[in-house]
Design a protein around this ligand. Sequence first.
Ligand code: GRF
Length: 197
Amino acid sequence: MTLKTQIKIKTAILISGRGSNMRCLIEACQNPLYPAEIALVISNKENALGLDFAQKNGIKTAFIDHKKFTTRQEFDQQIAKIIDEHNCQVICLAGFMRILSAWFVEKYKNKIINIHPSLLPAFKGDKAVADAINYGVKITGCTTHFVVYETDCGKIIKQAAVKVSKSDNKETLSAKILKQEHKIYPPSLKIVCKNIK
Ligand code: GRF
């Protein structure tokens, strides 16, 4: 009997908080046939909940305080140093609340992916769910996309739609969208890893 093996692309995840998308990616990677391995989780917040989960799953973590750096690029260079030391080829942003420098985005061109709680290109920015409600859209959702220098732009990898009900508020709608985020992020990373090989 031949056992199927899968070359796994070392992937880093950048977080700032809860890390529920990070958790889904870690769980997806536990499948031997999934083409990625989470080799590193970096947070710019020391008490990010996600760090705890990653450590408990035996994943190397690092806390890098952005406040200790004078420029965005210096902070990004420190992140890049650790990413390269761990031979990570792909970077997933999962609730990472920092804007990346042009230097970083260029260095890892087509290797950084992000998840955003709207159907891009609608509702860019950090108030996407509230903006969708205020605008009165009937359908919103989430998007995975490659990261380019302009925030929440870049080629779309996957999207999922979510119906907005009259009774929805920011919390209920965010929860519905998050459910869909968890469904589209693992297959999105899979697509990117398959294209790297
Ligand atoms: C998600 O809503 C994601 O779309 C946005 O930040 C949130 C992160 O949530 N970029 P979590 O930390 O993955 O739970």
